[in-house]
Write a protein that binds this ligand. Structure first.
Ligand SMILES: Nc1ncnc2c1ncn2[C@@H]1O[C@H](COP(=O)(O)OP(=O)(O)OP(=O)(O)O)[C@@H](O)[C@H]1O
Ligand SMILES: [Mg+2]
Length: 384
């Protein structure tokens, strides 16, 4: 097919041509925003899922929904190299400017600007001049206290403007040090005060445990939504609809093959769709096209997506991953992995922790460890 018309979008955070199977999640998010807007209680949301299931795409979509109903949003990705104040300051500054766009500066907005300026100073964030931060409000230098005060001030500023402030953070598992804990405390205060500020987070499945470890009440503070592979029906839609718009159809046997090979994982669906588009010269797409595309798609993933991730691990960590892979796609018991490596569980623990910290694995339950990258076990086996 003409590559210029290839509708598929394999990538990171690239909106798919058809956002299939996520209606319930989007409605959940929209309801939280609308309830907050109408001064009803609503919980902040955390989207949890493996690599490539579409968390970033959903977070961006929620951001768009929030903006269409006139909310003020701040959206960014956590980065293990940067502190929460560094990441938050410019975003909150932008949010406050938006709150200010139409009317004269209100007392609440001015206070929030002042607090943000103090916050940036206290945590040594280099940031340009604050337009309205004429005086530094009280800050203590304690992240939890100052972040709470700042978020409360922003919630009050949003309230004074009759709107909702939404803070969206992607890859939350990478928030360093006390950042995540401080954020949870601040959100707890916001919810107690019933202020119109919502948090939308996205990250790897270990995030639920990290939140629980930071504060036990986190479990009750958030709605955790699990973002998984698409069911067969939605996976079909994700493939068929974009092609249909280009007057291309799929044979049933071709679809069967793609669904089996991709397991319904959104990123893989885009990769397969894109490869098939390059291979097939006529519509409908056949089983032969699907089989040929499987070869080139797997090669491309092995050289890119999978290889890059394996290369991020040290030799010792790669050995750990190889031992995990021998258990296939199901979670492995840490004790069994250690046994394969011929070391004790205690010796294996720091290696496992590093693999988890690098975002390659997570612990679905105590004593178990699983890959965060779908089909990573198959890649390792192919390349042994
Ligand atoms: N519902 C969907 N239907 C079809 N394709 C989708 C869907 N959601 C996401 N995709 C596609 O899947 C790919 C991965 O999406 P995205 O980057 O949002 O995943 P992610 O969960 O954030 O991954 P990571 O954990 O690596 O950041 C993109 O190519 C995107 O276009
Ligand atoms: Mg992402």
């Amino acid at each position: 097919m003409n590559p210029v018309n290839n509708p598929y979008t394999p990538g990171a955070g690239v909106p798919p041509p058809e956002l299939a199977g996520r209606e319930t999640i989007l409605i959940h998010a929209e309801n939280a925003i609308m309830r907050t807007k109408n001064r009803k209680a609503a919980k902040s949301l955390i989207l949890l899922g493996l690599r490539g299931v579409g968390k970033t795409v959903l977070l961006n979509r929620i951001d768009q929904i929030a903006e269409t109903v006139d909310c003020r949003t701040a959206i960014f990705e956590a980065d293990p190299e940067r502190t929460l104040p560094e990441l938050l300051t410019p975003q909150l500054h932008r949010l406050l400017l938006q709150l200010d766009r139409r009317k004269r500066v209100s007392g609440e907005v001015r206070k929030a600007f002042g607090l943000l300026r103090g916050f940036a100073n206290a945590f040594k964030v280099k940031f340009g001049d604050f337009e309205f931060g004429l005086s530094n409000e009280m800050v203590t230098g304690d992240l939890t206290i100052d972040l709470t005060d700042l978020m409360v001030a922003i919630g009050e500023a949003a309230k004074s403007r009759n709107t909702v402030a939404a803070i969206m953070i992607d890859e939350v598992q990478y928030l360093t040090g006390s950042g995540f804990g401080a954020l949870i405390v601040a959100l707890h205060k916001i919810s107690q005060r019933q202020l119109p500020l919502l948090f939308f987070g996205a990250g790897l499945p270990q995030l639920a445990k990290l939140a629980g470890d930071a504060k036990t009440y986190a479990e009750r503070l958030f709605d955790y939504l699990s973002i998984d592979r698409l069911d067969n029906e939605s996976a079909r839609v994700a493939l068929i609809e974009p092609a249909k718009r280009e007057s291309v159809t799929y044979g049933d046997d071709a679809l069967e093959i793609i669904l089996r090979e991709t397991d319904g994982y959104p990123f893989f669906l885009q990769v397969w769709g894109s490869h098939i588009w390059e291979i097939a010269s006529t519509s409908p797409i056949t089983a032969k096209h699907a089989k040929d595309a499987t070869k080139t798609a797997v090669q491309a993933l092995d050289k890119g997506f999978f290889r890059i991730r394996l290369d991020r691990l040290t030799y010792r960590q790669q050995e750990y991953a190889r031992a995990m892979a021998s258990f296939g796609s199901s979670p492995a018991a840490s004790t069994a992995v250690a046994k394969i490596l011929g070391i004790t569980v205690k010796q294996a623990a720091p290696i496992r922790d590093e693999v988890i910290k690098k975002g390659m694995a997570y612990s679905p339950r105590r004593g178990l460890v699983a890959f965060t990258v779908p089909k990573f076990d198959e890649f390792i086996k192919r390349n042994e």
